[in-house]
Ligand binder design. Structure first.
Ligand SMILES: Cc1cc2nc3c(=O)[nH]c(=O)nc-3n(C[C@H](O)[C@H](O)[C@H](O)COP(=O)(O)O)c2cc1C
Length: 330
């Protein structure tokens, strides 16, 4: 599928009717209706069921699940997460119960209990075949709306270079996944790609990606000065939260300019409705919330509510009209 073929997949469904956060204008993205543009970010919301008592899953548009790999992964040793002034550093190590357990014990829950909340399964692997195997095994499960491929992990069979930074491997991976499902496939790119993010995005879309998710965490290091050691056991980790907001926005803007009409999930550092509106203006159709929800489980519904208030204040009836409307200084 080319960029042109995916154009016009973003369309308003209905206009704002007031009420609670869930009554924000629904967004039609990649052929799917999201009750509002807020989606829970992968790795910060489990498979939904873990959050049942703390997050109103009917107040968000959707959820990107925790990464799913073929085999169970225990992840890195504790301490895996630490906060700092700009947000959080983590090295969870993509811990998950593995494909079979996820299919049996986790994925059926969300569609059964919150059928109006869209579900994208985040997929991770060490090889092209790993990704294709997970997508094929989950495709066809009821209530699974699409996939998000986490290509920020190393291609173990090809020297360990990150898939997203190796355009040939990226094309092979996306093509393989594409042949295993007819559902939307989003490719999640790393902020480390810099200006190269547009090349990676184009390669992914030409290989069949429906859309892109921008961005994953940013590699970083936080030091415990008393111990003279890294704060987390793995050493370095991924930075998320407010520190990455401007980085995610720039990546989203670059890709939306390069590939107009391709649906984007923008995320990184969103903790207020204003942050989320910035992502829409930069070109995203949906906005992910991760770290903010770890700090405050009510953040996603608050952000959706703040977006609605912003739209009412500004006289915007339809949030889709904001997508990509940033005016760049001439
Ligand atoms: C604890 C934690 C675990 C994460 N796990 C995953 C994951 O399994 N797969 C993935 O694609 N991204 C993962 N991410 C990245 C987030 O989905 C998101 O891209 C990033 O945190 C930026 O958004 P935020 O600033 O709103 O948290 C994780 C982030 C955090 C903080």
């Amino acid at each position: 599928m080319t960029a042109a073929a995916t154009a016009a997949t973003v369309a308003p469904v209905r206009s704002s009717a007031g009420g609670n956060a869930a009554s924000l204008p629904a967004m039609r993205v990649a052929g799917l209706e999201f009750r509002n543009p807020v989606v829970l970010a992968s790795g910060t919301a489990g498979f939904g069921m873990e959050l049942e008592d703390v997050v109103d899953l009917d107040a968000v548009g959707g959820i990107c699940t925790k990464a799913v790999s073929i085999a169970p992964r225990t992840g890195n040793p504790a301490l895996r997460v630490s906060e700092f002034a700009g947000g959080m550093i983590n090295a969870i190590g993509l811990a998950n119960p593995g494909l079979e357990a996820v299919k049996r014990d986790y994925l059926p829950w969300l569609p059964a209990h919150h059928p109006g909340t869209r579900v994208f399964v985040n997929v991770v692997g060490n090889s092209v075949d790993d990704f294709a195997t997970v997508v094929e095994a989950i495709d066809g499960m009821p209530g699974i709306d699409g996939f998000e491929l986490n290509v920020s992990c190393p291609n173990v069979k090809a020297g360990g270079l990150e898939f997203g930074a190796d355009l040939q491997a990226l094309a092979a991976l996306v093509s393989a996944a594409r042949t295993r499902t007819t559902r939307p496939v989003f490719v999640k790119l790393s902020p480390t790609l810099g200006t190269g993010v547009t090349d990676a995005a184009r390669v992914a879309v030409d290989a069949g990606a429906t859309g892109l998710t921008l961005v994953n965490t940013m590699p970083g290091l936080v030091i415990d000065t008393q111990a003279r050691r890294p704060k987390i056991s793995f050493g370095s980790g991924g930075i998320s939260g407010p520190a990455v907001l401007p980085i995610g926005l720039l990546a989203t803007w670059r890709v939306s300019r390069a590939l107009p009409g391709v649906p984007l999930i923008g995320l990184g550092g969103v903790s207020t409705g204003d942050d989320a509106i910035q992502y829409l203006m930069a070109g995203a159709s949906l906005v992910g919330v991760g770290t903010a929800a770890l700090r405050d489980p009510r953040a996603p519904e608050r952000i959706a509510r703040q977006m609605r208030r912003w739209a009412e204040r500004e006289g915007v009836n339809d949030l889709t009209t904001l997508i990509g409307t940033l005016q760049w200084p001439s």
